[in-house]
Structures are given as structure tokens and as C-alpha cells.
Design a protein around this ligand. Structure first.
Ligand code: MRU
Length: 346
């Protein structure tokens, strides 16, 4: 049962407003680039692959009404791309998508502007369709890692709501279920913005998957009681050596999994790899506002003016990762060699 996280209809980008889930299901309509930028920044749309799709349509929104010659068009495109790139820094899918648009326009720079605009829209639709395909492919490859009756721990939301309509980490679970495997999922609530509690539980319940919500600090306790068989998460940016940035708290889970001898899997499409980076040290980590930590449901829960540390992501060192599932296959250590081999054409 695909969930229409993001769609392009009637010249606007339709998005399920993820800040309202699970209390209400509302589709918002972004008719211009500013609205789309705001939707990304405020996380009405979120999750690395979904950000790639949103950015692609965002480019079209930014240039569709442009009037002028080819040189002026390329200048406009550059400013549109820079603006969209300023929305959120960590998920490389967003920049991968913007770069795809940039390359396409430059390659066709001498064609009539109206034609380049149409090519940009077509490319955005292609990115959207590719994401749908790639999610299912990751599910097909990765579901074999899941055994009947596995109890799987995940964090944040790496499902349909983080992609065009299907998922990364959760795609494995959907495909395993289709194969008749019985699976239990433990979802970390994922402070501060509660993507696990609000989005993953909503999505898994919709798919009739046995789901238990835990607070983030309960993972060690569950593992020590031998109640977790696997940890499976998504990623926002993966360096050449396999170091993987994902939602803050993922690194904690990887350390705990290693200590308890539990396999730890990352699931991400090739568009989440940043092969320009040798290690995870170069991954830009988004810092978000202190209010995300100090205020819940408009209620302050911390001392006034307390200092706050609020990085949205952390980096899991590759030594803690058992394997990375992509749409091209499963990558196991040694990661430097095997990532290069599998993704050399990415
Ligand atoms: O801040 P968010 O909600 O955009 O963070 C999302 C995640 O960390 C996901 O796990 C990641 O994007 C992979 S999802 C397919």
C-alpha cells in the first residue's frame, strides 16, 4: 500500500504535511519555490530520498515562470539551485538531485528556454519514478537478511514517508512481510522531533506490521534481554569508506548493537552516497533550533535560557556497520573496496 508522500499535480508539488501526522492527514500544495523551501526547512517533507524528489520539482517551480534569454536562464537556474541547497545540509540526495538538474540544463544550454524548462520537469518526474523503483529494489535485495519471527529495531522514519512512496529501511520489512515472514518492529521514538513515534508507527500500523514504540533510551535494555535480532536504519549521506550519517541516535544504536552482537544494517539508495568524501568526518551535520528540544506541543519543558545542543544527525563509523543495502545489491566490508566496485557508475 504505497503512501503518496510527494506528487506533482496541476503545476504544484503536493506533500503530506508530516508535521501534522499522526493527528491529522493533510496534503499541502507548494505552488512556488519559497513554499517548497519552507516545507523542506520545517520538515513538512523530510527523509533523504524524499528531499531529493522535492528538490527536483523545486527546481521546476523556481524556473517555470522565467522570461528571458538562455544566459539569463542559466543565471536564474544557478540562483534557484543555490536557494534550494540552503534548505537542509545533510541529506546528499537533495544536492545529487540539484546537480542532475544543473548538468541537464548545461548540456542543453543552446536549446530554446521553453524546451529546457520542459526537460527539467521531465527529469524531475524521472527522479520521482526512479525513487519508487529503487525503494522496491532495495526491499527485494534486503528482505533476504530478515528471518521469520525477527524482531527489528529502527530509528526515525525510513519508510514511505521518507521517500516518494515506499521506503528504505522499512522497504525490507514490507518485502519480507509480502514473502510471508512474521516480523516485529521496535520503533525508537526519535527525539527531538519524534519521527519514530509520529511517522513510523503510523506507517507501520497502516501496513499491519506488529509495532512497539520505545523511548530512545530503552534500546540497550531490550538488547540485553535478547529481544532484538537486527537493527535496520536509513542514511542521509554515506562516505566512500562506509561511514554513514543518519538521524541523531543512530550511532548510539550501532554501538549498542556491536556490544550485544546484533547485526546493524544501513539501507540507502546510491544517491545517498557522497563518494567525494573519504570519511564521515566531512559530512555536514545540520544543527537545528533549541526550541525543538526545549518545547513540546507549545509547552516549555526545560529551564528558561538553558543552553541546548541539537544536531539533527550523527555519523556511524563503518566499523560498526554489518552491511549496506542499496538498489544495486548488498555491500559488505571491506567497504572502501566494495562500495567502489558496486557504485562505480553511480
Ligand atoms: O531529519 P529527517 O527526518 O529528514 O531525517 C531523516 C532520517 O534520518 C532518515 O533515517 C534518512 O533520511 C533515511 S530515510 C530513507
Amino acid at each position: 500500500m504505497p503512501i503518496p508522500t510527494i506528487e506533482f499535480k496541476n503545476n504544484s508539488v503536493k506533500i503530506i504535511d508530516q508535521t501534522r501526522l499522526p493527528v491529522s492527514y493533510k496534503i499541502i500544495s507548494c505552488k512556488n519555490i519559497k513554499q517548497l523551501w519552507e516545507a523542506i526547512r520545517t520538515m513538512q517533507v523530510r527523509g533523504a530520498p524524499a528531499l531529493g524528489v522535492a528538490a527536483a520539482f523545486g527546481v521546476y517551480l523556481g524556473i517555470k515562470d522565467f522570461r528571458g534569454n538562455n544566459n539569463q536562464f542559466l543565471k536564474k537556474l544557478k540562483s534557484v539551485i543555490r536557494y534550494l541547497g540552503s534548505s537542509r545540509p545533510t541529506a546528499v540526495n537533495l544536492f545529487w538531485s540539484l546537480e542532475r538538474m544543473n548538468k541537464l540544463a548545461r548540456k542543453n544550454r543552446n536549446k530554446p528556454v521553453a524546451q529546457i524548462k520542459m526537460m527539467i520537469l521531465k527529469e524531475a518526474k524521472k527522479i520521482f519514478q526512479e525513487d519508487r523503483f529503487v525503494s522496491r529494489k532495495m526491499g527485494d535485495f534486503g528482505q533476504g537478511l530478515i528471518k521469520n519471527n525477527d524482531r527489528i529495531l529502527t530509528i526515525c522514519n525510513a519508510g514511505a514517508l521518507a521517500t516518494a512512496d515506499y521506503g528504505t529501511a522499512l522497504a525490507l520489512i514490507y518485502k519480507a512481510k509480502e514473502k510471508g515472514k512474521n516480523i516485529k518492529v521496535f520503533a525508537c521514538e526519535t527525539r527531538p522531533l519524534l519521527q519514530g513515534a509520529r511517522l513510523t508507527t503510523w506507517e507501520l500500523k497502516k501496513h499491519k506490521i506488529d509495532t512497539t514504540l520505545i523511548c530512545d533510551n530503552m534500546a540497550a535494555s531490550l538488547m540485553s534481554q535478547k529481544k532484538i535480532d537486527k537493527v535496520i536504519t536509513g542514511a542521509d549521506r554515506i562516505a566512500s569508506n562506509g561511514d554513514s550519517a543518519n538521524k541523531i541516535g543512530t550511532y548510539n544504536l550501532a554501538v549498542l548493537a556491536k556490544y550485544h552482537h546484533i547485526p546493524f544494517y544501513i539501507v540507502a539508495p546510491s544517491s545517498s552516497f557522497d563518494l567525494k568524501l573519504k570519511t564521515g568526518k566531512g559530512i555536514p551535520i545540520e544543527q537545528r533550533s533549541k526550541e525543538e528540544v526545549t518545547v513540546i506541543n507549545n509547552k516549555r519543558i526545560a529551564a528558561k535560557n538553558v543552553k541546548v545542543y541539537n544536531p539533527a544527525f550523527d555519523v556511524t563509523p563503518h566499523q560498526l556497520i554489518t552491511a549496506i543495502v542499496t538498489e544495486k545489491g548488498i555491500i559488505r566490508p571491506p567497504f572502501i573496496k566494495n562500495i567502489k566496485r558496486l557504485l562505480k557508475n553511480a
